[in-house]
Design a protein around this ligand. Structure first.
Ligand code: NAD
Ligand code: TYD
Length: 352
């Protein structure tokens, strides 16, 4: 997939991971034209892309992937050569309160993109690629040991992960049934700049800044495998260009943290950055009611992408976390903008 002058559709490019992927492609591939399609839900924020919005190889399209005729029309109009599909409803807690929204965007929206790509490319799939960005959560929950590999059976537990698993299956099915050239990646939890402050790390950074309570679900002994978002963007670039069609790659940092240990580390680093007394932010920790169906542990085996494509994380967790905290402290305007609007309403409903 090293075609020059290609027209590439990236969906969900105004969101957290999508904005880093869009920037990377706009800057690194001046011969490509990057079309960013996003409906700008509460999680989409064009401020994330201010630095690239005037580039001549970049076009923003506001639109909803659940609208099949609109999706068909833009595929016909722009004649895309490739798709990197990130648009999704992405927050597990929201999927528990409104699962149908996740089926609409994550399943039906993906179907609409698959249908439009199949229709446009059906006479000649050469040089075309449908890249579906997915999550390790489709594999369900691990016990205390073991890792998710590309061969682990799907076993999703939340409406979010069930909707992502379903969309992954449809992508594979379009590959098997119609020969659509696809790749799928399943990545672990991301963190970094522009992360919407409803997810653990940015939510807690924001609350520490504002001296608000840090609601740790259950006993806090849940484990996630954290990856810096720019390393995910690098992996997506690599898989898009060098990955094999009809293959899945797991992406993760071999970087497992129990939530409570991570939160304590965050508190310590934030106390240092904010010149607060050691231990001050830890006092904000409050154990709250557990998330229903809470997955105990995620851990990715990323040996395949390492061995076949030479990818490995470029920063350690300590470096990534420090960059992230610094970004949020330097961009408190961004944080204030996103925490006003809809997020504020959601916040009060969720945590009252
Ligand atoms: P995000 O919620 O920050 O961004 C999602 C983007 O999609 C937003 O810009 C939103 O406006 C857009 N969008 C939502 N519904 C849409 C619709 N119907 N039509 C068009 N645009 C729509 O999500 P994220 O954390 O950046 O995740 C991006 C992708 O990566 C998702 O597919 C997610 O499942 C996957 N993923 C995320 C993580 C993570 O840790 N955040 C890890 C692995 C995989
Ligand atoms: P989250 O960032 O929502 O990602 P995911 O559920 O997709 O892994 O949550 C990460 C972990 O942090 C998860 O185990 C749930 C937990 N968590 C809390 O304990 N408190 C919170 O307020 C949030 C948002 C998450």
């Amino acid at each position: 997939m090293n075609k020059t002058n290609q027209k590439l559709l990236i969906t969900g490019g105004a969101g957290f991971i999508g904005s880093h992927v869009v920037r990377r492609f706009v800057v690194n591939y001046p011969n490509y034209h990057i079309f960013n399609l996003d409906s700008l839900t509460y999680a989409g924020n064009l401020e994330n892309l201010k630095d690239v919005e005037k580039q001549s190889n970049y076009t923003f399209i506001k639109g909803d992937i659940t609208d099949a005729s609109f999706i068909d029309s833009i595929f016909k109009k722009y004649n895309f050569d490739g798709v990197i599909h990130l648009a999704a409803e992405s927050h597990v807690d929201r999927s528990i309160t409104n699962p149908l929204a996740f089926v609409k965007t994550n399943v039906i929206g993906t179907m609409n993109l698959l249908n439009a790509a199949k229709e446009l490319w059906k006479n000649d799939f050469t040089g075309k690629r449908f890249y579906h960005v997915s999550t390790d959560e489709v594999y369900g929950s691990l016990g205390e040991t073991g890792f998710f590999t590309e061969d682990t059976a799907y076993d999703p537990n939340s409406p979010y992960s069930a909707s992502k698993a379903s969309s992954d299956h449809f992508v594979r099915a379009y590959g098997e049934t119609y020969g659509l050239p696809y790749v799928i990646t399943n990545c672990s939890n991301n963190y970094g700049p522009n992360h919407f402050p409803e997810k653990l790390i940015p939510f807690f950074i924001n609350n520490i800044i504002n001296k608000k309570s840090l609601p740790v679900y259950g006993d806090g002994n849940y484990t996630r495998d954290w990856l810096f978002v720019l390393d995910h963007a690098i992996a997506i670039d690599l898989v898009f260009h060098k990955g094999k069609n009809h293959e899945t790659y797991n992406i993760g940092g071999f970087n497992e943290w129990k939530n409570i240990d991570l939160v304590k580390l965050l508190c310590k680093l934030m106390d240092q950055k904010l010149n607060r007394k050691e231990g001050e932010s830890e006092k904000l920790i409050a154990y709250v009611k557990d998330r229903p169906g809470h997955d105990l542990r995620y851990a990715i085996d990323s040996n395949k992408i390492n061995k076949e494509l030479g990818w490995k994380p470029s920063v350690t967790f300590e470096e990534g976390l420090e960059k992230t905290i610094d970004w949020f402290l330097e961009n408190q305007d961004w944080l204030e903008n996103v925490t006003s609007g809809d997020y504020q309403k959601y916040y009060s409903e969720m945590y009252q």
